[in-house]
Design a protein around this ligand. Structure first.
Ligand code: V47
Ligand code: SF4
Length: 373
């Protein structure tokens, strides 16, 4: 392998990564310009095994997309609707509670709750939603509201972001998901989501959350109009903030799905690009413990393969995801625990059920109803 590796035009960059040296902007761009995916993946796999051994994590969770009404209407989003448009919805509290309780009864340890930026719902609604779920299901981890939603909530509450986060944390918010990051480049944001919180704004909300002891994830939406340089700049901004706060748990590359969006003339991402983004992220983000493949977006088959290219986590049961399916995802709405374990075992990894904070979950036979799905 070493001889083959030496013949690679990116040998110097891969050697640096293997020796634990930090990769630079130029290194990252060179990796993206190379098509030597087997060698990039090989080193990403070495780093992944150094950090997580042979373990492959999954979680029993459920997504609740409480409303698709959104005042931003990003060009890459097929999920959002104007308030009075056909297909718009906002769940009543009762429906949200029913979904939460059913998920917990079926063994979910995490609820992933995100939605659009609703123009009229008051701040109280969000605090009540978190508070009521927490009161009725105190053991479930509530991972809710992207940094973009938090900024919106702080505006409607007329409170600083820190105070907004504090109130939500006191109500029962456990952590923040990584959505809304897209690509931090101001030029790309101007083109695709001009109404959205800026990249610096996203990072600032995460900084405030981490400083309050709320962990979060981070994402990058790729495969639209961004360049390799945009991707590496994005990863370096995340690495910088992680050096400062240590509050990110995992990084999740999100493969763009074009159907029903304003960019519907673009193609879906290819397996080469998907594997490059995954393995290069593993190499660039030396201070992130986990790289997660969101199988809903990546596809089940490639998610399994990604476990040998730097990924150590394939998310979870998910159950009812609306954002990617609105944009034409052909993956199912849920996977059973049984299917997830099979995928992991077949790739030669050891499946470990985790909670949101990556603690292993120990189960008694009776509360694993989701396995039968
Ligand atoms: O913020 C929107 C992206 C995100 C499309 O933190 C699209 O564990 C692809 O962030 N094609 C929401 N992506 C999903 C998300 C997420 C998912 C799973 C786990 C976690 C986590 C976070 O989806 C949005 C946006 O970046 N998105 N439209 C689309 N057409
Ligand atoms: Fe709204 Fe989020 Fe969709 Fe943008 S990606 S339109 S902020 S729901």
């Amino acid at each position: 392998m070493e001889k083959l590796l030496q013949a690679s035009s990116i040998y110097d960059v891969l050697k640096k990564a293997e020796q634990g040296e930090r990769l630079s902007f130029e290194d990252g761009v060179r990796l993206f310009r190379s098509n030597d995916i087997l060698h990039i993946g090989h080193i990403a796999n070495i780093i992944r095994e150094r950090k997580n051994g042979n373990k492959a994590y999954y979680i029993t969770n459920r997504h609740i997309n409480y409303s698709n009404i959104c005042k931003n209407r990003c060009k890459f989003c097929a999920f959002s609707r104007d308030k009075d448009a056909a297909g718009s919805y906002a769940m009543e509290m009762e429906e949200i509670m029913e979904k939460a309780v059913a998920a917990v009864e079926e063994g979910a340890t995490e609820l992933h709750i995100v939605g659009g930026l609703h123009p009229d719902l008051p701040f109280d609604f969000y605090v009540k939603m978190i508070g009521e779920i927490h009161e009725c299901c105190p053991d479930v981890h509530i991972q809710a509201f992207t940094a973009v939603e938090i900024e919106h909530l702080s505006q409607i509450a007329k409170l600083p972001v820190r105070q907004t986060l504090k109130i939500l944390k006191e109500a029962g918010l456990g952590s923040l998901p990584g959505g809304g990051a897209e690509v931090f480049s101001p030029k790309i944001r101007e083109q695709l989501c001009p109404e959205k919180l800026s990249g610096e704004g996203w990072l600032q909300v995460m900084r405030e959350a981490h400083n309050l002891g709320l962990h979060s994830n981070a994402t990058m939406l790729y495969g639209h109009v961004e360049t390799p340089e945009d991707r590496i700049n994005h990863l370096l901004k995340l690495r910088e903030l992680q050096d400062e706060t240590g509050g990110f748990m995992s990084f999740i590359p999100l493969a763009f799905h074009p159907k029903n969006t304003d960019l519907s003339n673009r193609s879906n991402t290819t397996a080469m690009l998907d594997l490059k983004v995954i393995s290069i992220s593993r190499l660039m983000l030396d201070n992130f413990d986990h790289i997660k493949a969101f199988w809903i977006m990546l596809g089940i088959k490639l998610s399994q393969v990604s476990l040998g290219f730097g990924v150590d986590d394939i998310d979870g049961t998910v159950k009812e995801e609306k954002i990617t399916h609105a944009a034409g995802a052909e993956t199912p709405e849920a996977l059973s625990v049984h299917e997830i374990i099979k995928l992991i075992k077949e790739s030669g990894r050891e499946p470990v059920e985790r909670d949101t904070l990556y603690n292993p979950v120990k189960r008694h036979q009776k509360n694993i109803v989701l396995q039968k799905a």
